[in-house]
Design a protein around this ligand. Structure first.
Ligand code: MEV
Length: 336
């Protein structure tokens, strides 16, 4: 019997969320919280030992199963990316599941193929959105969208309707971030829709979206120069722009304000409406304490996190003295 194990990380956005949906620049980093998935062939669909129903199988997983046309599988999911919190949990789940099912069906599992399939699953499930979360999770480390890049840093190009994204890798200097989770779950789709309506009906809002794109380019420059003061100031400014677009909330604003005295800067991260904020700091304990004091859950973030990984295990029949074999090919089980 063949068992495939795959895993993929969540992400957070340093700068550029919402504006990236319209093809503007954005910067995102993979985080050391992952979804791990194990799949093997079965007579019927099962998730963590239970018969699969619309409640325990996400629309992303259903989309990927239909798209690949796989036969029923038994799926074990071990999740460590909080859902509805702006940390890319559905992108991580989609990448891990896409990689696992592709490997089971003998299809390619390179990062670009998985990033594209996971983006299609996200797009089909959540409506509008950019390929930022799925690409950050598939590639790992740090990515930029729609910024000037060196040829060797180019990863892939994705188009959807009127928008296009050039996705490249970025060098990420050593930085410490603290993420603060409000614990308020907010789905991405309705927040993206809210910004879309505002931007389409109001030239002032369209200007704010453009300004977020400009701030992101400045932030990339600051990151290249290792200028954390400047990068932090741009993050705080970006939070104000996102608040004007209507995607912040009181809890996020309070946690951002509480983190700022101990940080280079802080902002909401992801789609907003609840979910998480992030602070760039060299005093993570102080920031974590401030976040806790405002009812949030802090996570100190380590960068340099690898993207999607896949491992295939062949089990022969143990009762007949068979042996277990583990296969790792270069596109699978990438331990870079
Ligand atoms: C969600 O992490 C980021 C948004 O920009 C939506 C997207 O890019 O798909 C709000």
């Amino acid at each position: 019997m063949t068992t495939i194990s795959a895993s993929a990380p969540g992400k957070f956005v340093i700068l550029g969320e919402h504006a990236v949906v319209y093809g503007k620049p954005a910067l995102a980093l993979a985080i050391d919280m992952r979804f791990s998935i194990r799949v093997s062939r079965s007579n019927s669909y099962k998730v963590n030992g239970q018969a699969a129903t619309p409640y325990n199988m996400s629309p992303h997983m259903r989309y990927i199963s239909d798209k690949i046309g796989t036969s029923p599988v038994s799926i074990y999911v071990d999740g460590r990316v909080p859902s509805g919190s702006g940390l890319g949990s559905s992108a991580a789940l989609s990448n891990a599941y896409a990689a696992a099912i592709s490997a089971l069906e003998g299809l390619p599992t390179d990062k670009e193929t998985i990033a594209r399939l996971a983006y299609e699953a996200e797009y089909a499930s959540q409506g509008r959105g950019s390929p930022m979360d799925t690409s950050a999770s598939a590639n790992g480390y740090g990515i930029a969208l729609n910024v000037p890049y060196k040829e060797e840093d180019f990863l892939w190009h994705i188009e959807k309707e009127d928008n296009a994204w050039d996705i490249s890798k970025i060098d990420v200097p050593k930085m410490t971030f603290v993420i603060g989770n409000t614990g308020i779950k907010a789905a991405t789709g309705p927040l993206v829709e809210k910004v879309r309506k505002y931007r389409e009906s109001n030239t002032f809002a369209a200007g704010i979206v453009d300004e977020i794109g400009d701030v992101t380019l400045d932030g990339l420059e600051a990151m290249k120069n290792n200028d954390l003061e400047e990068l932090g100031a741009l993050m705080t400014y970006d939070h104000k722009l996102l608040s004007i677009l209507g995607v912040s909330c009181n809890e996020l604003n309070h946690m951002v304000e509480a983190a700022i005295p101990y940080s280079y800067g802080a902002k909401l991260t992801g789609s907003g409406g609840g979910g998480c904020m992030v602070a760039l700091t060299d005093r993570p304990e102080k920031v974590a304490k401030a976040i806790r004091a405002h009812g949030g859950t802090p996570y100190v973030i380590h960068t340099g996190v690898k993207g999607v990984t896949v491992k295939t295990k062949e089990h022969s029949d143990h009762r007949r003295g068979g042996r277990k074999r583990s296969k790792s090919n270069p596109s699978e089980d990438e331990e870079d």
